[in-house]
Write a protein that binds this ligand. Structure first.
Ligand code: GDP
Length: 446
């Protein structure tokens, strides 16, 4: 995410690095490069100019602060200004009304349908009853796409394939939601390839008919200034309540993320970070600013871990670890918990300083695929009793069978078994150390 911008900003601020004093000259130089970096990231020129003027003013106004290293000070100023530019505070989704109605708007291909399902899934997890509504009467494939996604997450879809009036469909859906005790209705609408009058008229009519509490404008962040212009056009007609920036995973420049808020004066509420159903994040301007400056996002990382964390499962695993009974089923369960947190490369880049190191590292999306396939090809007995694969009679032929069954090689199976064996040894040592500690504690009365 935003690698190009991060690198350029880092380069721009280098001028100050190692300097003992902030001077007009080094600030002017750094600020000029920051502006260049922003413009190259496809940030609107006027906005780039305004923000860099403010950075300059703040930096020069703080000359007396000699306790802080100028470089650190400059980074802090840039961080604050970037966060401010993106809205400062996070903006919550306001679900009011019974049912609460969320209307989605945006061009075709922006990621509306995918995002509707992602949002439905998130709201469902909070314990609410959600209804998805397919209002794209022009593309039957769009209805099917929504149905497929909804099936994955176990959410109902309201559609009327025979009806070609999206306003009526939306109204009927609300009645259906009321009758079926749904708390939240998410209405996915039709998009066109470009802004046109007919589409605007239609969505305006839907808005009037269903009176949504939230109108989310969905836009592909990779389209930079085009995204900003489309946002302007939609906002003039719809007066939307929030922006959803999708495909941030593929956006190296970040121009839309940085300028959209200032241009339309509406908050970015969510971001899309992958094609998958869990590729959705609440947008936090301050955390995003830190990520752009390669400072990581530890709070976000902890939150992700907490969301994926299953307390009962963790307690069960902990017990097995303490009793040296960790087996392949437990290994699989751990992998599944990690996978729930999202894309590994993305997670690593949330660790301060890691983003740069991870830049050229290629971690495939399915990094655990062969490990999982190997474990799935073991018999239940082998999974519970790893010793069967580690040594003794027949362990070699078992491993060969597993390699064949999982479509991997014998070397890969050997490597996994070895890795597992090493892990068990380490766990054993830790347990022994802890037990010795406890015994010593007893002897010394601790
Ligand atoms: P719609 O026409 O606006 O409903 O757009 P879709 O939901 O059909 O999305 C268009 C394409 O973008 C699909 O291939 C999605 O899988 C993909 N997509 C949507 N959101 C994201 C995202 O956050 N990241 C990535 N990488 N792809 C996305």
């Amino acid at each position: 995410m935003f690698q190009n911008l991060s690198e350029r900003l880092e380069g721009a601020l280098k001028v100050i690095k190692g300097k003992h004093k902030i001077t007009e000259i080094n600030v002017a130089e750094a600020v000029k490069d920051v502006r260049k970096a922003l413009v190259e990231a496809d940030v609107n020129y006027k906005i780039a100019k305004e923000i860099t003027e403010r950075i300059k003013e703040k930096a020069l106004g703080q000359k007396i602060l000699i306790a802080v290293e100028p470089y650190q000070l400059m980074i802090k100023i840039v961080e604050d200004e970037l966060a401010q530019l993106m809205g400062g505070q996070k903006a919550d989704l306001m679900l009011t009304g019974s049912p609460a109605v969320v209307l989605m708007a945006g061009l075709q291909g922006s990621g509306k349908t995918t995002f509707s399902a992602k949002l439905a899934n998130q709201i469902k997890r909070q314990g609410r009853q959600v209804l998805l509504v397919a209002c794209d009467v022009y593309r039957p494939a769009a209805i099917e796409q929504l149905k497929t996604l909804a099936l994955q997450i176990g959410v109902d879809v309201y559609s009327e394939p025979e009806n070609n009036n999206p306003v009526a469909i939306a109204q009927n859906a609300i009645q259906y939601a009321k009758a079926n005790h749904k708390n939240v209705v998410i209405v996915d609408t039709a998009g066109r390839l470009a802004v046109d009058e007919e589409m605007m008229n239609e969505i305006e009519k839907i808005k009037k008919a269903i009176n949504p509490c939230e109108i989310l404008f969905v836009v592909d962040s990779m389209t930079g200034q085009d995204a900003v212009n489309t946002a302007k056009a939609f906002n003039e007609r719809l007066d939307f309540t929030g922006v959803v920036l999708t495909k941030l995973d593929g956006d190296t420049r970040g121009g839309a993320a940085l300028s959209i808020r200032a241009v339309v004066e509406k908050p970015i509420k969510f971001i899309g970070t992958s094609e998958k159903i869990d590729g959705i994040d609440v947008f936090h301007p301050d955390r995003m600013a830190r990520r752009i400056l390669n400072m990581g996002d530890v709070v976000g990382l902890v939150e992700k871990a907490q969301q994926a964390f299953d307390e009962k499962e963790a307690e069960r695993l902990n017990k097995k670890l303490r009793q040296n009974q960790f087996d392949f089923n437990d290994f699989l369960s751990q992998i599944q918990q990690i996978k729930k947190m999202g894309n590994i490369k993305d997670l690593m880049s949330m660790v301060p300083g890691m983003s740069k190191m991870m830049k050229d590292v290629d971690i495939p999306e399915d990094a655990f695929k062969s490990t999982e396939a190997i474990i799935f090809s073991m018999t239940p007995k082998e999974r519970e009793n790893p010793q069967l694969l580690i040594s003794g009679n027949g362990s070699g032929s078992r491993r060969k069978r597993i390699a064949l069954g999982s479509g991997t090689s014998i070397q890969e199976v050997n490597a996994l078994v070895k890795q597992f064996e090493e892990m068990r040894k380490v766990i054993k040592k830790i347990n022994a150390m802890q037990n010795t500690g406890k015994k010593l504690g007893k002897i010394f009365g601790r």
